[in-house]
Design a protein around this ligand. Structure first.
Ligand SMILES: [Zn+2]
Length: 600
């Protein structure tokens, strides 16, 4: 026990120590303003106090987490300036494509200002016009290098009479927000304007829905159904790790897609999409997809996906888990929430399998390679992409289906992929607080199924073999039927577009007539078998016999030539999932549990 005098000295010492630490710690404040929204320019000010360094590097991220492409956000930055506390200019220079070095000479406070041109309406970028502003953090906020773990504040100064700011950031006052580190600032998009804000509660947590612009949604029904989807996700994963969640919805003339964030998401949809059953269900699947990411990828994540390196590509071979299995669950959750009829869901599943099997690239690229090369392939498609690539979304979703069926089959319906996702989340996010490896995901699958998945990973994840689908779906009393089986079609394989009255080839599908006959992208099709082509080639090729050679006259780089194009049989599948007659009790049990049906 300390005596009183010693105790006072001790307290004084602690006070002095804390004060020294406080004086050394930095303070970081961002201010975002938009005084002339019609010019599409945001103004950003970053004030760093207490750093006292010889120089500070300010870096603009090159990519947005969740969208695996280097987008070079620095290209939209101009008018960068730096001053000290007294407003005296500090020398600065660009030292590479996305880094501005400020020679701060141990100044206590450094204030950096720059403008960002924001006129790309997508969930991954920022946008500003006379109607509203949208900010996706990585395309707006630079970070002082070395201060990524620094907490700070963001002050938003909305344009004139704009009254609303919707964001997942924690509010501490009017248009004032805090963030614990740069990752959270960058991962919390903002919608600024006079949009409609709706609310619902789910899992005991408030959910805010910021609706930019009109749409033919009926608010009451929309919120009730979003709540069903959200509750289904929470029940699947066992808990909700946020105390507030924000949906930013952009209702646009044309648009689709979403981007996941830590405790919010941005969704884009066509504004009249809510009026049809398909459009409405697709929107709910999008809600389910981005909300499920709240666990899968934002918290349960493969090794390179957090903490992020904002300076370059972050490679992973596991996007088929992070995106593919999320795609598997988006429709399934919509089904389980009662917003999609069972047969409609089965049609969606069969459609995904057909799509994978009809993509020639599925035999060239594995889903693991597709994940790794997202940066240079999936996000940078060209006319040959279908011939050389497979989507880690679609194929990853199909892999999720098969893994789920295999686990349900080998445990007689006791366990499913749901248990694996919960286990992975509990173990790697909650208990170990770290990213997971492919081996660890495979072991979790094996743990649930009580069997090895070596062959599955070798053949379907790292390989390009075609699974025997029916051996998987049989577990749920389902049969995959190819409706094209007895139909004889020809596989022409040249995708075309009309340009100034000319029919121009835009893609050539591997193994098709066009491919075998040497037709090229950019060829203009002039005539087939001596007949002039107008705007439809179907009448000129239909009814031709398989193996027949057809003279096709094209203009290639201004020269006329005639090629002998063989008619090739169409091997594309058109799958439908059907229930078997008289399913066993176990098949019925698995089917009902999978789709969450009360009775069969
Ligand atoms: Zn996704």
């Amino acid at each position: 026990m300390l005596k009183q005098k010693q105790f006072i000295l001790f307290l004084l010492l602690i006070f002095l120590c804390c004060n020294t630490v406080a004086a050394l710690a930095a303070d970081l404040k961002y201010t975002l303003s938009m005084p002339e929204p019609h010019t599409h320019y945001f103004q950003v000010e970053v004030e760093l106090t207490g750093a006292r360094k010889n120089h500070i590097d300010y870096k603009m991220p090159v990519w947005a987490p969740g969208s695996y492409l280097v987008r070079e956000f620095a290209k939209n930055v101009d008018s960068f300036t730096a001053t000290d506390k007294a407003g005296i200019t500090l020398r600065s220079e660009k030292i590479d494509k996305n880094t501005w070095r400020v020679y701060s000479n141990k100044a206590d406070a450094v204030r950096v200002k720059y403008n960002v041109y924001a006129f790309e309406m997508s969930v991954r970028t920022s946008f500003l016009d006379a109607a509203h502003g949208y900010v996706n953090g990585t395309s707006m906020f630079m970070y002082p290098d070395g201060f990524q773990n620094q907490s700070g504040t963001l002050v938003v100064q909305p344009y004139k009479d704009w009254k609303k700011v919707s964001t997942g950031l924690k509010s501490t006052g009017t248009y004032t927000y805090t963030f614990p580190n740069y990752d959270v600032l960058a991962d919390s998009p903002l919608e600024i304007g006079n949009h409609e804000v709706l609310f619902f509660e789910a899992g005991g947590v408030p959910h805010e829905v910021a609706m930019y612009d009109e749409g033919n949604y009926e608010p009451k029904r929309l919120l009730a159904d979003m709540k069903k989807v959200v509750e289904e996700c929470i029940s699947l994963m066992g808990e909700l790790p946020v105390d507030r969640y924000v949906f930013i919805v952009h209702n646009l003339h044309k648009g689709g897609g979403g981007l996941e964030h830590l405790n919010s998401t941005t969704l884009q949809t066509s504004r009249w999409n809510y009026g049809t059953e398909t459009g409405y269900t697709n929107f709910m699947s999008l809600v389910a997809h981005e909300y499920f990411h709240l666990w899968n990828v934002k918290r349960l994540r493969p090794a390179p996906l957090g903490p992020f390196d904002y300076d370059k590509e972050n490679y992973t071979r596991l996007l088929w888990v992070s995106e593919g299995i999320t795609s598997y669950y988006d429709d399934l959750i919509t089904r389980r929430a009662g917003l999609m009829e069972p047969q409609r869901y089965l049609d969606v599943v069969a459609g995904s399998i057909s799509s994978v099997e009809n993509t020639p690239g599925n035999k060239i690229q594995s889903v693991s390679e597709s994940s790794f090369d997202a940066w240079i392939k999936y996000y940078r498609r060209n006319e040959n992409s279908n011939n050389a690539e497979v989507s880690y979304y679609t194929k990853g979703g199909v892999m999720g289906q098969l893994l789920n069926m295999e686990i349900m089959k080998s445990t007689k319906g006791e366990k499913s992929l749901d248990d694996v996702m919960r286990y992975m989340y509990d173990r790697y996010y909650k208990k170990l607080d770290r990213a997971f490896t492919e081996q660890e995901f495979k072991e979790a699958l094996e743990r649930a199924a009580g069997k090895k998945f070596d062959d599955f990973f070798r053949d379907y994840i790292h390989g390009t073999r075609t699974p025997d689908y029916n051996s998987y779906f049989e577990a749920a009393g389902l049969r995959l039927v190819d409706l094209n089986k007895d139909v004889l079609n020809l596989n022409w394989g040249a995708g075309t577009a009309m340009e100034n009255g000319r029919m121009v080839i835009k893609s050539v599908s591997r193994g098709s007539s066009a491919w075998e006959g040497g037709l090229n992208v950019n060829d203009e099709i002039i005539a087939i078998d001596g007949y002039r082509v107008e705007d439809d080639i179907k009448p000129l090729i239909s009814g031709r016999a398989i193996g027949e050679k057809l003279p096709v006259t094209v203009s290639r780089d201004g020269k006329l030539l005639t090629l002998e194009v063989p008619i090739v049989e169409d091997k594309n599948v058109r799958y439908r999932l059907e229930r078997v007659e008289n399913p066993t009790a176990l098949q019925q049990k698995i089917y009902s549990k999978w789709l969450k049906l009360k009775e069969v």
